[in-house]
Design a binder for this molecule. Structure first.
Ligand SMILES: Nc1nc2c([nH]c(=O)n2[C@H]2C[C@H](O)[C@@H](COP(=O)(O)OP(=O)(O)OP(=O)(O)O)O2)c(=O)[nH]1
Length: 175
């Protein structure tokens, strides 16, 4: 049986730049990434996305300013947990991105994204996000540095994608 954990991942962007943070501890340490983490019990995915932005880089984002742009699924050899990562993009935010114990934020121009110091899958799906395409990506890792197989596709709508997935999940799996 595959256990699923849901995570958020938020990228703030403007016309020229994207905000990344250098992860200072835990899973993905020393990698540049968007901001996010586990969705806790009794909170929605969007609430978790907003909470993690505040906790990790001291920035306030509002629900209506976050756009759902993709879903990523990660599995690792020998690990029964599937990480289900919900990706959001936003332009409007309040406050100044500030370093915390978890992340050191920095703006990058689109042609200077540090893919060599990011998760290996990122260079495969970032082009979708940067070109404003919605996407679904599924990656199986042999170890933390090596993708053994993957699949990515463009989506027409996140809502209809999630709705069709719901229909294909048995009631047992939903719990
Ligand atoms: N860009 C990218 N992000 C990823 C990948 N894999 C992966 O988990 N992430 C994201 C999803 C989450 O935003 C983050 C992992 O969450 P986390 O372990 O920091 O969660 P957390 O903050 O709740 O954890 P913690 O407080 O318990 O340490 O990394 C990946 O391959 N690429």
């Amino acid at each position: 049986m595959v256990l699923k954990k849901i995570y958020t991942l938020v990228f703030l962007r403007n016309e020229k730049k994207i905000l990344l943070g250098l992860k200072k501890r835990g899973f993905g340490i020393n990698k540049w990434n968007g901001f996010g983490g586990k969705v806790e019990q009794n909170e929605s995915v969007i609430e978790a996305a907003i909470r993690e932005m505040k906790e990790e880089c001291c920035v306030t984002v509002k629900k209506d300013d976050l756009k759902s742009v993709g879903q990523l699924e990660f599995t690792f050899e020998g690990d029964p947990v599937m990480m289900d990562v919900r990706v959001f993009s936003g332009v409007v935010y309040y406050g100044t991105p500030t370093e915390t114990e978890e992340m050191a934020p920095k703006w990058f121009t689109y042609d200077s994204i540090p893919f060599d110091d990011m998760w290996p899958d990122d260079r495969l799906w970032f082009p979708y996000m940067l070109n404003n395409k919605l996407f679904y990506g599924k990656f199986h890792y042999k170890d933390l540095d090596t993708i053994s197989n993957y699949d990515i596709r463009e989506l027409k709508s996140m809502d209809s994608f999630y709705a069709s997935r719901e229909q294909n999940i048995s009631p047992k799996e939903k719990n």
